[in-house]
Design a protein around this ligand. Sequence first.
Ligand code: SF4
Ligand code: ZN
Length: 116
Amino acid sequence: MQVEWKRSEERKTVREIVKIYCRGHHHVRESGHELCPDCEAIAAYADIRIAKCPRMAAKTFCSVCPIHCYAKPQRELILAIMRYSGPRMLLHHPIMAIRHILIQWRTRHGLRKREK
Ligand code: SF4
Ligand SMILES: [Zn+2]
């Protein structure tokens, strides 16, 4: 149950991150859709990766994952989206953003400790 909750939270977070990027780049507001077709495609791709993620129990976000199961073009795009939307998440969804930052920090810290 805990794993499925985490999975669903991560899906919601990624979708919000993509929405911020889309609003900033693709003028989707005028179209009346939540996401433009390109952003809908990357959000759907991320959804599939998260659904199949083998690391969900250990809990990490994709940005700090040592596996990186995304194909190269999608990985580059999602990194660009994260770079743009990451700081803006603090304004739009502060609780989600802080939780994300804390999990990233804990994961990085834990990985470094294990590397020593
Ligand atoms: S990159 Fe890592 S955390 Fe993200 S879906 Fe793939 S395996 Fe899971
Ligand atoms: Zn878009």
